[in-house]
Ligand binder design. Structure first.
Ligand code: AHR
Length: 516
């Protein structure tokens, strides 16, 4: 009897330990029931704003520069962005867009008027980088241009003229002017933003008023290619302003609308943004909390869109996102220049996983801003250029572009700090046109390695390889002195057995697995 009792006790204890171990395990399961969904490459888009040293000194140095350039654009920048597979680029703003009059930026450079950038540092710009410069640069990059039109201080005619200037092949006042300025063929610009942050810097409008203005502006934006409608993106909500999305969906007829924007920055608080490099774990945790919020923001805005557009014809476009901190000490406060650490790599990896998993409605996004501003992929200083941890995440993830999403179920352990919890692990997966499966995994936990068991169901693979981006400290970054301090390296922490992948994710790391 005594012996029997001991057996039962041992059994119960074993079961308890097993259950505990199971709970401590992160699990991911490929779902086989969900419809095949393509991850639109435009989710991986970027943003070039006339802000600080993004355009002037970042992309553009002018064709008389001693730096190797193509029509004034740095060759090293072009090569890096091509390698990253930049799919689209938004320009000229942001807040700047609603002050920008495109006709100031065409024709002979010496005749272009100088303007004051009232949003960003009140600096005078000579307009040497204008429509031709931007659209030709996009051709060099292999990226689709996304032009942000001026609704706040521009006119309906001005935006209609811009469309005609960029897109009309035949004879017309604007296409003739384009030809006179040296460009015979139209560029065929598909993506057009109708103002920016109309609720704020774009005009402080009410959504009802903006919806009416949107209807009016888009009515006159004619495209020459009647069968290939231009893609018009309404200035969207900030964060959880669901009323903005609802009002636009209700009041804008869908034959005038292809996309609706949403802006969300990963920010601790507007009053106390904290330093970009010198931050505490608590600040890191709060930044990640803000970053992960994008998941529910997308779900809730998408649910509103579903009511009016159940077939999901209108895309949700997160055309501004990224980490936002205090400017670097000693730099112009209006230029928003910040360094980029492993924290930013965590924001990028986790956000892109969320974007991929919302591929049905989220079909475009733009990280703010590409060079020398907020969460930049490139920083420049004189002749030198460095690639940030965010660049490497974007490069690692480019395998998801235009691949078929593999929906997943995920159970993640918690990353706990001061009694608050966040899911430690995020994952997204896709299969490309060659049948190769890619799985991106992020562990945001600042201290613990996370073990993940991934059940691929019936999928069988012959080989598994991977890359990892990690570093010793969350605060680590690439500097002009140590440009290669953080770089992806081969990852050996994944094994494959019986339809299951086991992965050991070090603290604050991003991993991309390739299964063939
Ligand atoms: O990215 C900086 C600014 O943030 C953009 O110009 C504006 O749209 C947003 O408020």
């Amino acid at each position: 009897m005594k012996k029997q009792f001991r057996y039962i006790l041992t059994g119960i204890l074993g079961l308890l330990l097993y259950t505990q171990a199971m709970q401590a395990q992160n699990t991911v399961t490929f779902r086989t029931d969900a419809p095949a969904q393509t991850i639109n490459r435009n989710i991986y888009g970027h943003f070039a704003e006339h802000l600080g040293n993004c355009i002037y000194g970042g992309f553009y140095v002018g064709d008389t520069s001693h730096l190797p350039n193509t029509n004034g654009v740095r060759k090293d920048v072009i090569a890096a962005l091509r390698k990253m597979k930049i799919p689209n680029l938004r320009w000229p703003g942001g807040c700047f867009a609603d002050t920008y009059h495109w006709k100031d930026g065409i024709g002979p450079k010496e005749k272009r008027p100088a303007i004051v950038n009232t949003w960003w540092g009140n600096v005078t710009e000579n307009n040497s980088f204008g429509t031709h410069d931007f659209l030709n640069m996009c051709e060099e990059l292999g990226a689709e241009p996304y032009l942000s039109g001026n609704v706040g201080s521009g006119t309906v005619q001005e935006l209609a003229d811009w469309v005609q200037y960029a897109n009309f092949r035949g004879t017309s006042p604007m296409s003739d002017l384009r030809k006179q300025n040296g460009r015979a063929e139209p560029w065929k610009v598909r993506f057009w933003g109708i103002g920016n942050e109309a609720w704020g810097c774009g005009g402080n409008m009410r959504p009802e008023y903006y919806a009416d203005l949107y209807r009016k502006f888009t009515t006159f934006m004619n495209s020459e290619w009647k069968n290939e409608r231009i893609f018009r993106i309404a200035s969207g909500a900030s964060d959880a302003d669901y009323n903005w999305t609802e009002t636009l969906m209700k009041n804008i007829p869908q034959h005038l609308l292809e996309g609706i924007a949403l802006h969300h920055y990963s920010i601790i608080s507007w009053e106390k943004k904290g330093d970009a490099v010198d931050f505490t774990e608590q600040q890191y945790f709060l930044t990640m909390k803000s970053a992960l919020l994008i998941d529910s923001l997308i779900s809730k805005h998408a649910a509103i869109m579903d009511k009016y557009d159940p077939q999901k014809k209108v895309a949700l476009v997160v055309d501004e996102w990224g980490g936002w901190y205090n400017v670097e000490g000693g730099t112009n406060p209006g230029f928003l220049f910040q360094q980029n650490t492993m924290r930013d790599a965590m924001i990028a990896g986790a956000t892109l996983n969320i974007f991929n998993n919302h591929a049905d409605r989220l079909r475009m996004a733009n990280l703010a801003q590409a060079i020398n501003v907020l969460q930049s992929v490139i920083l420049t200083k004189g002749d030198t250029m460095i690639l940030t941890p965010t660049y490497y995440v974007m490069e690692m993830y480019n395998v998801h572009q235009e691949a078929t999403l593999i929906p997943i179920d995920i159970h993640s352990n918690a990353y706990t700090l001061n009694n608050e919890q966040l899911p430690a692990v995020s994952v997204s997966a896709s299969k490309d046109k060659n049948g190769v499966t890619h799985i991106s995994l992020v562990n945001i936990d600042a201290h613990k390695t996370q073990e993940v068991t991934l059940d691929t169901r019936s999928q069988a693979y012959k080989s598994i390889s991977g890359k990892i981006l990690a570093s010793a400290k969350l605060q680590d970054y690439n500097s002009f002195k140590k440009p290669d301090y953080i770089k992806p390296v081969d990852f050996k922490g994944a094994t494959w057995k019986n339809n299951k992948v086991s992965v050991k994710l070090p603290p604050f790391s991003v991993v991309m697995l390739e299964l063939k």
